[in-house]
Design a protein around this ligand. Structure first.
Ligand SMILES: [Zn+2]
Ligand SMILES: [Zn+2]
Length: 252
């Protein structure tokens, strides 16, 4: 339709990269064409289909699954009380926005490993909604800190979520209230006793920032909750009055 070699064809060629940037590509989760109003690179159907937690499962650690009447019947809570009694005492509860399966995995990967900062605000909105519906209290948001000397894009995920969650809930955020003293193996690399040993004493909290506060501890994914419990232990040691965990997704 446009003659090759014409000024118009040349202009379109020049403009192509800019047009590709302005026009959204396919949905990163399902590959469907995106409507112009799509949010953060995902189509409305994929946003709607996210496996949101409804509160079924464990009321204390939000372990997905069949309804559990009492945390005494939850395998994760029972194991935590036996193996990490201090951490289990320090962490009042965990609330998760999503179950870590299906679309939640694609959204989390895109956000954490792809470094897609645009996802932080809508994902934090999901977390804030879960906290409003099923959480209680909190007057300061604190992210689980990254490993020292790890400079990959994934280290920013909890801080980005914490800032956006704080904005959504109208709470102050203290990104450096907790720090990690040394690196610990990734959740997937170590399990059980080995992971507990690696985590023990890994966090330090600033009493001046958390003393007397009710802390909302934010992380991206909880597997057993061991990281949250150890971080909560450090916060309690520094004088935090109460600590509850709020995560984007909980692994079943
Ligand atoms: Zn989609
Ligand atoms: Zn539980």
């Amino acid at each position: 339709m446009i003659p090759r070699g014409s000024w118009l064809a040349g202009a379109l060629e020049e403009l192509a990269p800019a047009l590709a940037l302005a026009w959204p590509g396919p949905c990163f989760a399902c590959g469907a064409d995106l409507p112009l109003a799509a949010e953060a690179g995902a189509c409305p159907a994929c946003w709607a289909a996210l496996p949101r937690r409804t509160g079924r499962g464990c009321p204390l650690c939000d372990l997905p699954g069949p309804a559990i009447a009492s945390p005494l019947d939850c395998p994760d809570c029972r194991a935590a009380r036996t193996a990490e009694p201090d951490g289990a005492r320090a962490l009042a509860r965990i609330v998760a926005a999503l179950e870590y399966r299906d679309g939640a995995v694609a959204f989390h990967r895109r956000f954490k490993f792809g470094g897609d900062a645009a996802l932080a605000t809508p994902l934090a909105r999901e977390m804030a909604a879960a906290w409003r519906a099923r959480g209680d209290g909190g007057d300061l948001v604190v992210p689980v800190p990254p490993d020292p000397l790890r400079w990959t894009v994934r280290r920013r995920a909890p801080r980005r979520l914490a800032r956006a969650v704080a904005r959504a809930l109208g709470l102050p955020v203290a990104p450096r209230a907790l720090r990690k003293r040394r690196p610990t193996p990734a959740q997937t690399a170590a399990a059980g006793a080995a992971r507990r040993r690696a985590l023990a004493g890994a966090f330090a909290a600033r009493p001046a920032l958390v003393g007397g506060r009710s802390v909302l501890l934010v992380d991206d994914v909880a597997t057993t909750g061991a990281t949250l419990r150890e971080a909560a232990r450090a916060l309690a040691e520094a004088g935090a009055e109460r600590v509850a965990g709020l995560v984007l997704a909980r692994r079943p």
